[in-house]
Design a protein. Structure first.
Lengths: 461, 186
């Protein structure tokens, strides 16, 4: 899709923003994408394709509601098929957004400013896609409110000792806090759009959305405090969400799931897949919207480094899974890891090793890290690899557990694929709409990066 | 530099007088002088947060943090109480004689409730203390104020201030070397 760019002799990865920008030019450039840029054929085409793919979700969900979860490939022994695989995959993708917006804010990493808005939007959309799977997996989504601790005529309550209930709390909190953090971050930029909008309609819409934000210093002071607090709260939250997701597995007694390494291994995998998805999306956006002066080589380089670091943690996790299987001296654990490597799903396992451990090693090279085309291809491979990882974890542990008489195989049906591809369509549709109606880069934080934004008080006369 | 404030009529009640500056440094210096001159009801408007203004304007409102702490604690207590009440009073399940209030198993829900209520309190207390949503505000009556969200820096001394005096305040603002001074209609 994208051609690798010609590398200059000296690779420049220094600045976080092109220094020729001014306060006015960043506002006009980012705001202009929303307010003034013509709707291009490419965007319409992309939106239509995504919207068409989204129809798979409608078809898949409709058929599921008519017939029940039997239309999926799940059965005993594999009761957790695509629904859980895709849930974990999507939630993991979301984690990079929170990492970029919260953890890097606390660590004072100014390079996050150009990518946090987009990454947070990605988080929100990914969590929406993720949330759909467990709800549909209940088989009766109209009764999904039974998951909540609400007084009801049956006088029944949820089980607070179950990781599945923890998931409900973790994911809803995650979605809520991500949405609030994102919207708080949007307020000043919506005010910028309101002030530079030329038509009455856009002035009214952005005016209402900006809540009358007026850039007051007294407001900024509380605003910054609230942002910092939200970042401080979102940081342990993002770690907790995937930890709780991993508890869904680790608290059970299934071979291959019942391990203490799962929480850190899942969190690292989540950040790994999330950064890969940010790269997958940002590289084309940067190219098509000409944002390479704002999303610079330094950003791509840094994101690639985080991807590599988390790839190594994930690789460590794979090694230790295998080692635990051997070292436990437990027949079932040993068989599980053996079956994973040479059993009927072995091609998936070795593909996953190829995608998640071998491929990211190319990122050691600075040339690769600063070639958007190659980086984009690697990010796609990592996305596929992380999906395979969840497939391998879910399916290989379940399909051959303790009793050989209850062994079985799992293969997804066309309806599994319809819903999975449908959520991809939903994700892309929302992203296409997002880049046209909201500023995809945090304008006010970009301003803070500019040399002209620094305070140099005139010498008192 | 052009000054047109005095050209306008005084028929409408004033919200205040607004000075426009070109650089953040000028604004910070002006804000400090304004505070030292004894004004209390004034505000600076900037396209991005300027931390130097906190010192210059003596801003140290810490209530958002305090509210968040209280919200987080309430969420913490609420989450744990919910889990305990449901598991011991509303729907007690005796599973092999294990304790009804099984503290380690309640930690995840307690934690998530802490974050949820704490985070919502941080966001909403910030909005409430800032008086948002604000459908109308006088500062927008100044035409050039749209640049406050783009590339200009404004300082507005409000007529509610006890020291405010139409001509004396204008003279004071002029002494700060602004680009422009404007009357802010109410």
């Amino acid at each position: 899709m994208l051609q690798p760019v010609e590398l200059p002799d000296e690779i420049h990865v220094g600045t976080v923003i092109d220094e020729s920008h001014s306060l006015a030019s960043v506002s006009d450039k980012v705001g202009g994408i929303v307010l003034r840029r013509k709707i291009t054929l490419g965007w319409v085409f992309g939106l239509l394709i995504s919207f068409a793919v989204l129809q798979n979700l409608m078809a898949g969900a409709t058929w599921l509601l008519i017939k029940g979860v039997g239309v999926w490939g799940i059965n005993i022994p594999v009761g957790w098929g695509f629904a859980i695989i895709n849930f974990v995959w999507w939630i993991g993708i979301g984690h990079a957004g929170t990492l970029i917006s919260a953890i890097l804010l606390l660590l004072n990493q100014s390079w996050r400013n150009a990518i946090n808005r987009f990454a947070e939007a990605m988080t929100l959309f990914a969590v929406m896609c993720a949330g759909m799977f467990p709800v549909l997996h209940t088989g009766r989504p109209w009764l999904a409110y039974w998951l909540l601790p609400l007084p009801n005529t049956m006088a029944m309550w949820p089980q607070f000792r179950s990781p599945l209930l923890w998931d409900v709390f973790a994911v809803t909190t995650y979605l809520t806090i991500s949405a609030v953090f994102w919207y708080v971050g949007l307020l000043p930029d919506l005010a910028t759009l309101r002030d530079s909008a030329k038509t009455k309609t856009s002035q009214v819409i952005y005016g209402a959305l900006s809540m009358g934000w007026r850039n007051s210093a007294r407001h900024w002071q509380r605003y910054e405090k609230a942002s910092l607090l939200l970042a401080g709260l979102a940081t342990p939250l993002v770690v907790s969400v995937h930890t709780v997701v991993s508890f869904d597995f680790a608290v059970s007694i299934i071979p291959g799931w019942h391990t203490t390494i799962f929480p850190p291994y899942f969190v690292a995998g989540a950040i790994y897949s999330g950064f890969a998805m940010v790269l997958t999306l940002m590289i084309p956006v940067r190219k098509f919207y000409g944002l390479d002066d704002i999303i610079t080589m330094r950003h791509l380089n840094n994101m690639a480094k985080v991807t590599l670091a988390t790839a190594l943690i994930v690789g460590y996790g794979y090694c230790f899974e295998a080692f635990f299987g051997y070292f436990s001296a437990d027949t079932y654990e040993r068989f599980m890891i053996w079956n994973r490597m040479v059993g009927p799903y072995a091609p998936f396992y070795w593909m996953l090793i190829l995608c998640n451990i071998i491929t990211p090693q190319f990122l050691w090279s600075k040339k690769v890290r600063t070639s958007p085309g190659i980086l984009w291809c690697i990010s796609i491979v990592v996305n596929i690899g992380m999906w395979l990882e969840r497939f391998v974890i879910v399916v290989t542990s379940l399909h051959r557990d303790f009793l050989p008489s209850s062994w079985g195989m799992y293969w997804p049906t066309i309806w599994d694929w319809a819903i999975y591809t449908g959520t991809l369509g939903l994700f892309m549709t929302l992203l296409f709409l997002f880049v046209r109606v909201l500023p995809m880069i945090t304008i006010f934080e970009l301003r803070m990066l500019l040399p002209g934004a620094r305070v140099k008080e005139p010498v008192a006369q | 530099m052009s000054v047109h404030a005095s050209d306008q009529t005084l028929s409408t009640p004033l919200h205040g007088l607004m000075a426009e500056f070109e650089t953040p440094g000028q604004l910070v210096a002006a804000a400090r002088k304004t505070r030292l001159a004894g004004f209390t009801k004034f505000d600076a408007y900037t396209p991005y947060p300027i931390h130097e203004l906190d010192e210059a304007m003596d801003l140290h409102d810490n209530r958002v943090s305090q509210c968040t702490l209280v919200g987080g604690l309430l969420g913490c207590i609420g989450g744990f109480s919910l889990a305990s009440w449901v598991s011991s009073v509303a729907w007690p399940l005796n599973i092999g004689g294990r304790p009804l209030i099984s503290i380690p198993m309640f930690i995840p829900v307690t934690f998530e409730c802490t974050i949820l209520i704490g985070g919502l309190t941080a966001a909403f207390s910030m909005l409430i203390m800032n008086g948002l949503p604000a459908p109308y505000h006088s500062v927008f009556n100044v035409d050039r104020f749209v640049n406050a969200s783009r590339n200009k820096f404004f300082l507005c001394i409000e007529s509610e201030d006890q020291k405010f005096d139409r001509s004396a305040t204008e003279a004071f603002l002029l002494s700060l070397n602004p680009e422009e001074i404007a009357e802010v209609a109410q």
